[in-house]
Design a protein around this ligand. Structure first.
Ligand SMILES: Cc1cc2nc3c(=O)[nH]c(=O)nc-3n(C[C@H](O)[C@H](O)[C@H](O)COP(=O)(O)O)c2cc1C
Length: 172
């Protein structure tokens, strides 16, 4: 079996364990790895030293790939980010806020980053910002979703040729 997630992570099965403050530590994450899923270590507890120790423990407990979650709004400073970049961890999920300032350092360290979002709209919005940059134009869904024929949805979300041209002209 293979798919993009397995290629990105090296896990055996496309199953990722949710990061959970205090709960998602090496005991849980290494068990998930042993079963072929992708274990994730939490850092939302804010217990930087304990989380670093849990990550070190993961390298002892499993040879399988695992990840670490960086929940932006819960991080007090850049200590965990700096540690992760030098740690040998290969996969990070970011969550709870804009990951913009994390992406550069994590990518430079060769780490695959997935960002967790609460809605499809947020994923599209952030994907666009991530690919095009915050200075880029955006035409599309910024509010909550709707169900209707495609033409009606384009109209509803203002996805029209004129809107795209307007965005492009504003940047020429
Ligand atoms: C107790 C608990 C702690 C959680 N802590 C985190 C966290 O630290 N970081 C994070 O991104 N999500 C956290 N979450 C959200 C989960 O990772 C997961 O995204 C969410 O529970 C939705 O998945 P579910 O529908 O399978 O529960 C937490 C969830 C629970 C229940």
């Amino acid at each position: 079996m293979t798919n993009r997630f397995l290629e990105h992570t090296g896990a055996k099965y496309p199953i990722i364990q949710a990061p959970m403050g205090w709960i998602a530590r090496s005991q849980l994450a290494s068990a998930v790895c042993a079963a072929g899923g992708l274990g994730i270590i939490e850092t939302s507890s804010g217990e930087t030293d304990a989380c670093k120790a849990e990550i070190e423990k993961m390298f002892e407990l499993t040879d399988a790939p695992f990840g670490v979650n960086l929940p932006i709004m819960f991080l007090k400073d850049d200590a965990m980010l700096a540690y992760i970049c030098d740690s040998g961890v290969k996969f990070v999920t970011t969550s709870a806020g804009s990951p913009s300032k994390f992406i550069g350092p994590l990518k430079e360290a060769g780490i695959v980053v997935y960002h967790a979002v609460p809605t499809v709209e947020a994923a599209i919005r952030w994907g666009w910002d991530g690919l095009i940059g915050l200075q880029g134009g955006f035409v599309g869904m910024e509010g909550f979703g709707a169900s209707a024929p495609a033409e009606a949805l384009y109209e509803h979300f203002g996805i029209t040729a004129d809107a795209v041209v307007e965005q492009a002209l504003a940047r020429v």
